[in-house]
Design a protein around this ligand. Structure first.
Ligand SMILES: Nc1ncnc2c1ncn2[C@@H]1O[C@H](COP(=O)(O)OP(=O)(O)OP(=O)(O)O)[C@@H](O)[C@H]1O
Ligand SMILES: [Mg+2]
Length: 283
């Protein structure tokens, strides 16, 4: 298999390229992560976790707090090595595909002393040491993509929370990494801004064809945005259920009224909380 960075991008792919393109872009195979602790037993955060993600797919990772969702993302970002099992990106077990990964966190984490444009360009400056005219043009295109074209010269504190998160998404796209990892990217936003950004993400995906792994605590968000939803069990996190979301595209918030949408949401809720009849009554 080829590493992501080695993959041919021409219009006449060879049979080898076809074969590589049909392989999953991300493969997590029997992955375990155990954290040592200063006092007490080690924490087994993830155990025998298996998940493959195809190119251009949007997969959501849902599960109870502490089940290892962020741990899985950190492994894919190359920030953490698995204790056992294999993490492959683009067919490469050594995470050479690392530069093919961008990450968006719950908070925008923009640098407060740089303009929005310079924040978006920051990864280019770090990686290449200099910013060229073509980078600046691309940053403007990305700001337009996230609806911030007139905010390029503003400072982060002049933007609302939703706008800052849009800028963070533009920054995550500047290096054109094939994989976008998002850890509760809309978790800090109000409900209306969140709904707006969910649709923006679908639009960005339709235009850029990124492979997206999204961690969310919102079951509705997972169903609305995903091709598949991976449900993790409580710690140690394992893959408890993997659900293909067969809802027509393009999707909108009206999709949530479809019977299939309601059934998928219910199935995920049952996976996490147990079947309805077995749930504890909450007063
Ligand atoms: N560096 C670390 N050292 C020790 N334990 C850790 C470390 N990082 C995570 N853990 C533990 O691993 C488990 C999984 O953590 P993780 O952050 O992946 O959960 P999560 O599913 O993202 O939770 P949440 O939904 O609350 O964000 C937790 O029990 C956490 O306390
Ligand atoms: Mg987390």
């Amino acid at each position: 298999m080829l590493a992501v960075s080695d993959m041919p991008t021409g219009k006449n792919p060879t049979p080898d390229a076809d074969a590589a393109a049909s392989k999953p872009l991300i493969e997590l195979s029997h992955v375990g992560v155990t954290f040592p602790t200063k006092r007490g037993d080690p924490v087994v955060a993830v155990e025998d976790f298996n998940l493959n993600i195809a190119r251009e797919e949007i997969v959501s990772l849902v599960g109870p707090s502490g089940c290892g969702k962020s741990t899985v993302l950190r492994m894919l970002a190359g920030l953490l090595k698995p204790t056992s099992g294999d993490v492959w990106i683009g067919g490469d077990p050594n995470l050479r595909g690392f530069s093919e990964v961008a990450i968006v966190f719950q908070r925008a984490t923009l640098l407060p002393w740089l303009t929005i444009l310079k924040n978006v360009l920051y990864p280019v400056r770090v990686l290449k040491g200099r910013v060229g005219a073509e980078d600046i043009a691309r940053a403007h295109d990305l700001l337009a993509l996230v609806g911030l074209d007139d905010m390029a010269e503003r400072m982060p504190h002049e933007l609302s929370g939703g706008m800052q998160q849009r800028a963070a998404i533009a920054r995550s796209l500047i290096l054109d990494a094939k994989i976008l990892l998002m850890d509760e990217p809309f978790g800090a936003l109000d409900a209306l801004t969140r709904e707006d950004l969910q649709l923006d993400l679908l639009d960005i995906h339709a235009r850029t064809k990124k492979t997206i792994l999204l961690v969310t605590h919102s079951i509705n968000e997972a169903v609305l945005l995903s091709d598949r939803v991976a449900v993790m069990s409580a710690r140690p996190g394992r893959l408890q259920d993997l659900i293909e979301i067969d809802i027509p595209k393009p999707r909108s918030h009206e999709s949530a009224a479809l019977p299939a949408f309601i059934e998928y949401s219910q199935r995920i809720r049952d996976d996490i909380f147990g079947p309805r009849g077995h749930r504890k009554a909450v007063s």
